[in-house]
Design a protein around this ligand. Sequence first.
Ligand code: GLC
Length: 543
Amino acid sequence: MTEPTPGWYKRAVFYETPVYAFGDSDGDGIGDFPGLTARLDYLQWLGIDCIWLLPFYESPLHDGGYDVSDFEAVLPRYGNVENVVAFLAAAHERGLRVITDMIVNHTSDQHPWFQAARQPGSPTRSRYVWSETPDRYPNARVIFIDTQDSNWSWDPVAGVYYWHRFFEHQPDLNFDDPWVRNAIKDVVRFWLDKGFDGLRLDAVPYLYERDGTNGENLPETHEYLKELRAMVDEEYPGRILLAEANQWPEDVVPYFGDDDECHMAFHFPVMPRLFMALKQQRAGAVIDILARTPPIPATAQWGIFLRNHDELTLEMVTEQERAYMYAQYAPDPQMRKNLGIRRRLAPLLDGDRRRIELLQSLVLSLPGSPFLYYGDEIGMGDEYLLEDRDGVRTPMQWDDSPSAGFSPADPGDLYLPLVSAPDYAPATLNVAAARSDEGSLLNRIRRLIAIRSAHPAFGLGDYFAVTADNPAAMAFLRRAAGEQILVVANFSERAIRTSLALAEPAHWVDIGPNRPDTWSTGSAFELVPFGCRWLTAASDGVD
Ligand code: GLC
């Protein structure tokens, strides 16, 4: 299973989890590698193909571990490098792949590279980005607007300002320094040597700074990614690079290069539009953003997601759309964070099974590979009053015991409190209960994953929009050699009928959980409230 299988990532279902949130083996209240390893059977049962691990490196943890102070060491509370290797072996034995976060843009200010660079007269000063004045690169936006006024902070030791696109404790590395370019390649080698199947490249648009630009998506950044890709292809064939580039479609597509940059990139703009379309009960926003998405190379793949460990970002929407999203989904201003909303999927959708299933069905069938966020498969809740984005990073809820089966420690000693709202607390909502309830959300999502996995066109097929005359409906085909899948979704709370502008084939058969059902081309297509149907052409021989 770990042998290179070209294109494996195109058919894979990804599952994102932080090590600290999944399982605590030693009772310190914090998840660790042995605890995560012990839960692999669950992920195998769920049917996912690839785990995405959040950063587990040495870190002062001022940004959930995205502030790294040693790229090649494991934070001791999570375990050690041997535990990581054992975890990878156990995952691979089960046919699961694993990718990990690689923070290329910045380090923690506690990193020895920064501590050395800031010293007066340091020969390694050029590893970071400095300025005598804080007004250079005025066109570069501030990303963490709730906590940062500027991308420059004064360093009293260096006696100059240093550049940071995120928190002031996260100085940006200077990719103009060849030493930095090589050092990051060595970190990539270090973890790929341990057996990871790929890397999520964190905050990748911001590697370079140039006067007169906004410091995003610069040609130099793409050049470096091409170097990195060439190295991976040469030294680690079959491993993948996934770009976290929160950008408009036309600016993300260049991250695939000409099959020579990243294999995958998240489709950020489609995400808020799925939520918007639900409230508007009209499919237009989703249809339009996909129509606006340029074609990508044959080997490239989008990453499609609803939620992740960050706020539900509203960077890739207009100001008017952002105001609408805040009003609809973050009525309490405390739910807002930076340019986004710090809530989980289920509470965002008022715990409504129909709407959760609609969005999950779309994530599993839109063009790209789906990324599920841990806990969302059981409809976990959040604690949005916690600091920063911690409210969506609480312990996984395995059972109804006091610490939710997450840890032998007391509930009060966990790294973050368990979700407390009665509808969402572990006493009500947990994996064990959901597994034994055949009608649960968990079992429904597992079924959807299995159906997706059985039909290659979901991963490999192209996307062809089908015009529906009902504005609540979205219809599209996924077409791959020998297989055609028709997906039709209803964003409204009413049952609808719609015509579909399809001429052939004549007969379709449902493959989704709503089967048995059929549809004949030319007849009215019917959907229940918030329904989503997946069908294959009957001529494909599937029934
Ligand atoms: C990425 C991560 C986010 C982190 C930021 C800075 O956007 O997803 O969690 O805070 O990078 O490293």
